[in-house]
Design a protein around this ligand. Structure first.
Ligand code: A3P
Length: 322
C-alpha cells in the first residue's frame, strides 16, 4: 500500500484508540480497554491486524500464556518435542536461537506495525504463540478442529514479581515507581497489557474443561515439579507421543535438560542480544530465576494476602486454583 494509504490507516487507528478513552498509568503507559482487555496502542493495532488476516490450519499448534508465566520454557519444550525427528537434541536450533524466534508471537511480533506476514510459507506444523486471552482469539483458530492450544499459567504472585523485574530490566516504565504500591494496585485492578490476569486464566480454563482435546491447561508449578511427565503429556496432547524406544533411549530426559532453565540461560544466544516485538526486550531478561515462590523476596505478606483473596473471589466456583 502507498504511504498515503498507510498514513490514513494510521490516523483511523489513532482515532479508534482515542475513542476507547485510554487511561494514562502513573508509570507512563497509555492503556485502552478493548473488549475487556487492556492494550497499549501498538499492541491493539497488531491484535486487530492478526484477527483480521490470520488463517489457521489443522496442523497448527498455539501456545498461549499471560506474559511471565513461562512462555519461553513452553516454546522450547513444544519446539523440541515436535521437531525431534528433524534434528538431534545436540544439534537443536535452540542451541543457537532464542526460543522467541523459533516460536514467534503472533499479534506481538509477526503482525506488529500493520505487517501481514506470509504465514503460509512457514513449515508445518506451525508452532505459534500468543498472549491474547481465549475470547480474543480469531474464530479461524477455534474452527480448525484439529489445531491444538496449550495454555500455561502460573501463580499470580510469581507472575507479578517476574513482570516487575522484567519491566525494570527492560526500561518499560518511563517513570518507574520507587514503591511497589502503584504497580501492585494496577495488577489488582487488572490494568496492564493483556490484563486482567484472572480473566485470562479463566477463559482458557473453561475452554479446557469444555474441550480437553483442543485446549491443554498446564501450570508452571507442575512443570517444575515433574518435567518428565509434563514432556510426555505435551507430546501426547499434540499428537507426537514418545515411543517406548524413545523413552528407553532417554529422550524425555534429554528434551527436559535441553529446555531447562540452567541450560538455556547459559547459551550465548540467550545471554546476548535483544528481540524487537511490539516491545524491545533483552534476551537474558527472559531468564531470571526460574523458581516457584520467588515472590516472597518482593511482595510483603499483606499484599500477598490481598492478591490471594482477590484470586479466590475471581476464580469462585470455577475449580481453578493457582
Ligand atoms: P522469573 O522472573 O520468576 O525467573 P515468560 O517466558 O512467560 O516471559 O516467563 C519468564 C519467566 O519464566 C521468568 O521467571 C523466567 O526466569 C522463567 N523461565 C524462563 N525459562 C525457563 C525455563 N527453561 N525453566 C523454568 N523457568 C523458566
Amino acid at each position: 500500500i502507498s504511504s498515503t494509504e498507510a498514513e490514513q490507516k494510521d490516523d483511523h487507528f489513532k482515532e479508534f484508540f482515542q475513542r476507547l478513552q485510554p487511561k494514562k498509568l502513573v508509570e507512563g503507559e497509555l492503556l485502552a480497554n478493548y473488549q475487556g482487555i487492556w492494550f497499549v496502542a501498538d499492541l491493539l493495532r497488531a491484535t486487530l491486524t492478526f484477527q483480521k488476516h490470520f488463517k489457521a490450519n489443522d496442523s497448527d499448534i498455539f501456545l498461549a500464556t499471560m506474559a511471565k508465566s513461562g512462555t519461553t520454557w513452553l516454546k522450547a519444550l513444544a519446539f523440541s518435542i515436535v521437531n525431534r525427528n528433524n534434528h538431534s537434541v545436540d544439534e537443536s536450533p535452540l542451541l543457537f536461537s532464542n526460543p522467541h524466534y523459533l516460536v514467534p508471537f503472533l499479534e506481538m511480533h509477526l503482525y506488529k506495525d500493520g505487517n501481514i506476514p506470509d504465514i503460509d510459507a512457514m513449515p508445518c506444523p506451525r508452532i505459534l504463540a500468543t498472549h491474547l486471552p481465549y475470547q480474543l482469539l480469531p474464530s479461524t483458530i477455534l474452527d480448525c478442529s484439529n489445531s491444538r492450544i496449550i495454555y500455561l499459567c502460573r501463580n499470580p504472585l510469581d507472575v507479578f514479581t517476574s513482570t516487575r523485574h522484567f519491566v525494570l530490566q527492560n526500561g518499560f516504565a518511563s517513570r518507574p515507581s520507587a514503591s511497589l504500591d502503584v504497580p501492585f494496585e494496577t495488577f489488582c485492578q487488572g490494568i496492564y497489557p493483556y490484563g486482567p490476569f484472572w480473566d485470562h486464566c479463566l477463559g482458557y480454563w473453561n475452554a479446557s474443561l469444555k474441550d480437553p482435546q483442543k485446549v491443554l491447561f498446564l501450570k508452571y508449578e507442575d512443570l517444575k515439579k515433574d518435567i518428565n511427565s509434563s514432556v510426555k503429556k505435551i507430546a501426547d496432547f499434540l499428537g507426537y507421543p514418545l515411543s517406548a524406544e524413545e523413552e528407553e533411549a532417554g529422550l524425555v530426559e534429554e528434551i527436559a535438560t535441553l529446555c531447562s532453565f540452567e541450560n538455556l540461560m547459559n547459551l550465548n544466544c540467550n545471554k546476548e542480544g535483544e528481540i524487537q516485538t511490539v516491545f524491545r526486550a533483552k534476551h537474558n531478561s527472559f531468564f531470571r530465576k526460574g523458581e516457584v515462590g520467588d515472590w516472597v523476596n518482593l511482595v510483603p505478606p499483606s499484599m500477598a494476602n490481598r492478591l490471594e483473596k482477590l484470586m479466590q473471589e475471581k476464580f469462585g466456583e470455577s475449580g481453578l486454583t493457582l
